[in-house]
Design a protein around this ligand. Structure first.
Ligand code: SAH
Ligand code: SF4
Length: 346
């Protein structure tokens, strides 16, 4: 089959083999067809509404040392912070009551200060608000995931980062790829929606491994998948790496939409950082979610996963306005529901 025919097949059946995915990813001439197909599948399965999730980066303290990330424990060049429960709650309250968000996302480094009791206390307080709640706080035990769910957490984001086991263990020292997979499985067992995803553009990542990544998303029955181009941070071991290419990340994202047609897919901040209008382009190539940052500026500037993280120099209100303008500019609307994964038969 030609690449065009393969894209058509994926659009209609949502099935492709690894070799077929590789062929599409390698064929630069067919990128536009892929983006158009992903946009049509997005429209058919999840509609024109864009879900907004308010991102609160509540601690940048991390016990891990991921080679790609500016929050890694060996980076001594950032000021570390940790918000207290009241600050986290007040930010969430403002986001829900005054800004109209229907989902709060709590994200942090792997900060051991926030044990299960502390986290469950914050979760319960936030869930007194009219909102869904997502956590993105790293690897935990099944019992901890169950406790978060019981306290009211609805979803959990844990990217596999790459399904290439050797690369994963090279760039995430002291971490095991098997444990990562187990954690992702446990999120589902605990009853939360499973969010995962990968980086695109780590040194030595291959087209074949992106194909494995996409098939992995299908295998774990993901509810949400975020694809982020890797952006080198100057205070990390990967500072001299070339970094991810916007178009390739967009293609991996578009293929993810074709194969998992009804899931939630964010237009990631890293895409906006890498290309002007990156999020708008992503929304037109398969994405249906944006996660505006509502962290206070005094903290936000220190949550430097990668340099130039988009919107670090504007207020939460300005950021939300910019996102709303983007959505309106392409004739899309903001969703007013909680934005859970609505499974459709495909
Ligand atoms: N500590 C948690 C959540 C915070 S990190 C965790 O690791 O799961 C959130 C995401 O930021 C990571 O999953 C990773 O994919 C992304 N990230 C880290 N460093 C990055 C970089 N240099 N460029 C792009 N994305 C990066
Ligand atoms: Fe910590 Fe997450 Fe960064 Fe790894 S990616 S160093 S776990 S914040």
């Amino acid at each position: 089959m030609t690449t065009k025919e393969l894209i058509k097949k994926a659009e209609n059946t949502h099935l492709l083999s690894k070799d077929e995915i590789v062929k599409i990813l390698k064929d630069e001439a067919s990128s536009e067809d892929l983006f158009v197909a992903a946009d049509m599948v997005r429209k058919k399965y999840v509609g024109d509404k864009v879900h907004l999730r308010a991102l609160i980066e509540f601690s940048n303290i991390c016990k891990n040392n991921c080679h790609y990330c500016g929050l890694r424990r060996d980076n001594k060049n950032i000021a570390r912070y940790r918000m207290n429960e009241d600050t986290i709650y007040k930010l969430a309250e403002h986001a829900v009551k005054n800004m109209g968000f229907k989902t709060i996302v709590l994200q942090s480094g792997e900060d051991l200060f926030f044990d299960s009791d502390k986290l469950c206390s914050v979760i319960k307080r936030i869930k007194t608000l009219d909102t869904a709640l997502t956590l993105s706080i790293g690897e935990k035990t099944l019992d901890e995931y169950k406790a978060y769910k019981q306290a009211g957490a609805d979803r959990f984001l844990l990217r596999i980062e790459t399904t290439d086991k050797n690369l994963y263990e090279r760039y995430d020292p002291d971490m095991s790829w098997k444990t990562r997979i187990e954690c992702i499985r446990n999120i589902g067992i605990a009853g939360m929606e499973i969010g995962s995803g990968v980086l695109v553009g780590l040194p030595e990542q291959t087209i074949e491994s992106y194909a494995d990544d996409i098939l992995f998303f299908k295998k774990i029955n993901a509810d949400m998948i975020g694809i982020g181009p890797f952006i080198p941070h100057p205070d990390t071991p990967l500072k001299n790496a070339e970094g991810g290419k916007f178009d390739l990340a967009l293609k991996v994202m578009a293929l993810t939409r074709l194969l998992l047609p009804d899931i939630n897919i964010p237009a990631t901040t890293a895409m906006e950082t890498l290309a002007p209008n990156g999020q708008t382009i992503a929304l037109q190539s398969g994405a249906n979610v944006i996660m505006p940052n509502v962290t206070l500026a005094q903290y936000r500037k220190h949550y430097e996963l990668y340099p130039g993280k988009s919107s670090t120099n504007i207020t939460a209100d300005e950021g939300l306005k910019a996102v709303k303008d983007k959505i309106a500019s392409i004739g899309r609307e903001i969703a007013t529901d909680y934005g859970f994964h609505q499974k459709k038969s495909c």
